[in-house]
Design a protein around this ligand. Structure first.
Ligand code: ZN
Length: 145
């Protein structure tokens, strides 16, 4: 039942990605590429001081990478840079360890099933790797390699 609900959420975000558009007044952006799957995305962030005011992305990739970028941009709004980086760590743990799912991850828990598919972990974390680059201000394309 829970798995069905999670899959439905992922499917919904794949079919109707949120915040999927360019942002003309972004203060930061970065591009990410996952050569294993061919997922590409460009992330746009608008910072207000230390707070993520807005986040959006453009990309072409598989279902998991699109849903992940969609849910990530939703989760980021209103977070400080440090909170965003902490969330990134938790998301990475969710996908790569057997640790119990953290309660404060909101909808991001829908990706916990991905930990059973190591090849898809890079699809799910691509947006987050790109986020790290955007927040750190290094203007190069990141790959998941
Ligand atoms: Zn992919």
């Amino acid at each position: 039942m829970v798995d069905d609900l999670y899959q439905e959420t992922i499917l919904d975000h794949t079919k109707h990605p949120r915040n999927c558009h360019a942002m003309a007044d972004a203060t930061r952006s970065a591009e990410g590429y996952n050569p294993l799957c061919g997922d590409k995305l460009k992330l746009f962030i608008k910072m207000d001081g230390d707070v993520v005011k807005d986040a959006s992305f453009l990309g072409s990739g598989c279902a998991i990478s699109t849903a992940s970028a969609s849910l990530m941009t939703e989760s980021l709004k209103g977070k400080t840079r440090d909170e965003a980086l902490k969330l990134l760590e938790k998301f990475h743990d969710l996908l790569t360890t057997d640790s119990p799912v953290s309660k404060d991850m909101g909808k991001l828990v829908v990706f916990c099933g991905v930990r059973d598919y190591p090849a898809r972990v890079k699809c799910a974390t691509l947006a987050w790797h790109t986020l790290k680059t955007a927040l750190n201000g290094t203007p190069e394309t990141v790959t998941t390699e």
